[in-house]
Each structure stands twice: as C-alpha cells, then as structure tokens.
Ligand binder design. Sequence first.
Ligand code: HEC
Length: 448
Amino acid sequence: MVPYYPVNDFGPVMKGMVIGGIGIVHVFLAQFAIGGGMLLWYFEKKHRDEPDARAFVDGFFQVLVLVSFVLGALTGVAMWFVTIQVGARTIGLMIDRFHWLWATEWVCFSVEVAAGYAFVRAGKRLPDRARLGLLALYAVASWGSLFWINGILSWQLTPGHGTSVWAGFFNPSFWPSLLYRTCVAMALAALAACVVINTMDLPRERRAALIRRASHLAAPMAAMPLLALWYLAVIPEDSRAWLLGGSMAMTMFVGIAAGASLLIGGYAVIGLLGKHLYVNGATATLLLALAFGATAAGEFVREGARKPYTVRGQLYSTSIAPDEVAHLREVGVTADDPYPLRDAARYPTAQLARGAKVERSLCDACHTMHGANALVELTRSLSDDQLRLDVAKLQKTKNFMPPFAGDADDVEAVVQLIRWETAGAPHTWPETTTAGEIARWLDEAGTR
Ligand code: HEC
C-alpha cells in the first residue's frame, strides 16, 4: 500500500518555495560558518606576524557565533519542521538510507557548537596553543558537517548505482559539489571578514593589511568555474538540458548565479589579491549581498533540476514511488487517502471534493490553485478536452511532471475542480461522467 502522510498547505506559496526559502538562508549561513572557521584558524596562526589579527579573531568570532549559530540553528530546525510537513516520505527515505552518516553529521555539528562556545567563553584566557587547537577543532568539525550532509543531499539528484550506503554517499556529484561549496564557504568568510574589519577602530593601513590576509581565502574562487563544469558534466542528461536552455527559468538562474559569482570572483582575485585594492565596508556588504543572490540562484537551480523527483528515480516530488503509479492507476489516488479535506464544506459536489484530494496528492507539491505556478492561470486558455489530455498525459505535457498516478475518474475530477476554481467557485456545479478517451490517454501515456 502507498503510504499517505498529512501535508500542510502554505496558501499562495508553493510548498517547494517554503522549503527552498528557508533552505537558502540556512545554506548561506552554514557555509559562512564553515569558511569562518577556516578564516579564524588562519588568522590565529598568523597573529605573531600581524598583531591586529588577534583582535580580529576575538571580534569576528562574536559576529560569527551570533549570526551563524543562532540563525543557522534556528533555520536548521525550521528545515526539519517544514520537511516533515511537505515531504515526510522523502526525508524518511533519506534517514533510512543514511541513518548513521546523518548521525555522524550531527556529531560534527555538536563538536562545532561545543568548540565555538568554549572559544567564546574561554578563548581570551587560553594559551596560544589551546586557542589554535580549539579553532582547528571548530574548523574541522564544521567542514566535517558539510562533508557528511553533502553526500546525502547530492545523492538526491545523482543517486548513482546500487543500494549500498557508501555508493550512495560517494555519488557522482559528491566531489564537485563538496569542493564547490568549500570554495563558496571560504569566499563568504573572506567577504564577511572585510565587512567586520571595516568596523574595527584601526588606522587604514592596518585594516588594509588585515583585508589582504582575509582575501587570501577568496583565492580558491578561481577554481569555481571548473568545478561548476565538472558538476554539470555528472548530473543527469535531462537536468543538464534544462539548465542549458531547456527551461528558461532555470537557465536564467544559472546565468545569475554564474554572473554574480564571476563578478565577485573577479573583484576578489584581480582587485583584492592582484592589485591590493582596499575594500570599504559598503562595498564589502554589497559583495556579500551579491553572494547571497548567487547562493539563492544556485540552490534554486539545484532543487529545480531534480524534478519530477525528490530522489531521482526513486521518489517523485509527489512522494509517490515510480513503481506505485501502476497500482494507483487501478484504484485511484483517493481510495486509501485517510485524511479529510481541510474545508470540505466548500465543495458543492462529491466530484469536486475528490478533485481537491487528487490535487492535494498529485499536483500540490509544485502548483497552487491561484498563487505560485497557479493551475487556474496555466490552464485558462485550454479547452476542456485539451486540459483532460494534458492531465492524463502529464509526463508528456512537460517532462518535469511525473506520470499521473490516479485513474480516469481522478483526471476528470481534477479537471472539473480546476474549471470550477476558474469560474470563481460557484455554489452549484454540474457533475460530469468520465469520457472513455481519458482511460485511453492514460494507457497511451503509460506509467513511466
Ligand atoms: C514535480 C512538479 C509538478 C507536479 C507534481 C505537477 N506539475 Fe504541472 N507543471 C509543473 C511545472 C514546473 C510546470 C511548468 C510551468 C510553466 O511552464 O511555467 C507545469 C505545468 C503544468 C501545466 C501547463 C502545461 C503547459 O502546456 O504549459 C498544467 C496544465 C499542469 N502543470 C497541470 C498539473 C496537474 C493537473 C498536476 C497534478 C495532477 C500537475 N501539474 C503536477 C510542475 C509540476
């Protein structure tokens, strides 16, 4: 039997956008914390040559702790709360497969928090060796958490072959995405450091010396174009085709991410490292904001490229597995759905109520009725039969939609629901009988 989970509804916002929105903030903060750890260790190691480095470490750390611990931890917990509300089955699959590896990631995170907290409380009183050791622990643990989570997340798009834990973990996009994210983390820390250095009460030359040191961490950005190409080369053929023109929305986001990264990288590598330019607080903040934009665009692309799956080949975005589609074609998608509609009284006929359940199970992951990616707007110009055909052959209509996982009556019900919503949800609506063509169209489209 296909498991059903209660799902929440976020109104005009698509579910994917809620999780994506929180995810982007979380990823940005987490990557900043990882780069921050490396940067602090690097400064602490050099503090004998540069006396101001120590003042920076003690100052920057408070910023890092406040921003990345508090907000990072809050958004991290928020991710779990949203995930179980919109994709319980996906997260369940990931936890089943990577149980102990995920536990290891959490251990890394705990060590990171403990080391960071110890440094804040006792750092100023500790001898040099202990300070350096604590920062090294902090840096290694935070990068370690990236190492582990990266394997789990990259597996969603490129699960590789077989069912072993390690084959899944070291999947085809593991290395390019780990190295890419490491470069991003270091660059973010360098930019944030430039902002903080500008707030320090020092003469300009001494701030410039600190900025030069911080900008060393932006040097790996030079490798990012190559890592991005490597990533593109290992992702599935159809995902790559969307990024490179097949889906204009995604192509534009790729362009924004690449363009913004190139501008930041160019400024950092040529301006800061090559020409020793001084970057003031306003410019550094602007660059950091640009980096946030690049992160957001990049994460959007990574999530979008996975459609119609949340785990490629194993689970569709609708939380239905590919080999369950044939069964649902027979029994319909609403037969075993135990959850009532939230506002059942709204629907004047049983067919419309059924349509609402079909929409909730099969469309709601990526569409809303009237808001983002609105079904009403996408279908307004279609004739009734065109709409029936489009829904029955869903995976042929757009290849980022999964095959329709219900029977012919489900198709008719969801078509009527969309029409009824388009008409402004009137109090009466005729019940229709399901035409024979729908079953034929479903058969023609197949369940793959
Ligand atoms: C995995 C995500 C996903 C699922 C699930 C999904 N869709 Fe879509 N659908 C999309 C995307 C993305 C588009 C493209 C929107 C655009 O072109 O702007 C789309 C487009 C459409 C279109 C317009 C097609 C066209 O020719 O422009 C229709 C109609 C549609 N979807 C209906 C449905 C219905 C009905 C369901 C549920 C039975 C559904 N979709 C399930 C992602 C999805």
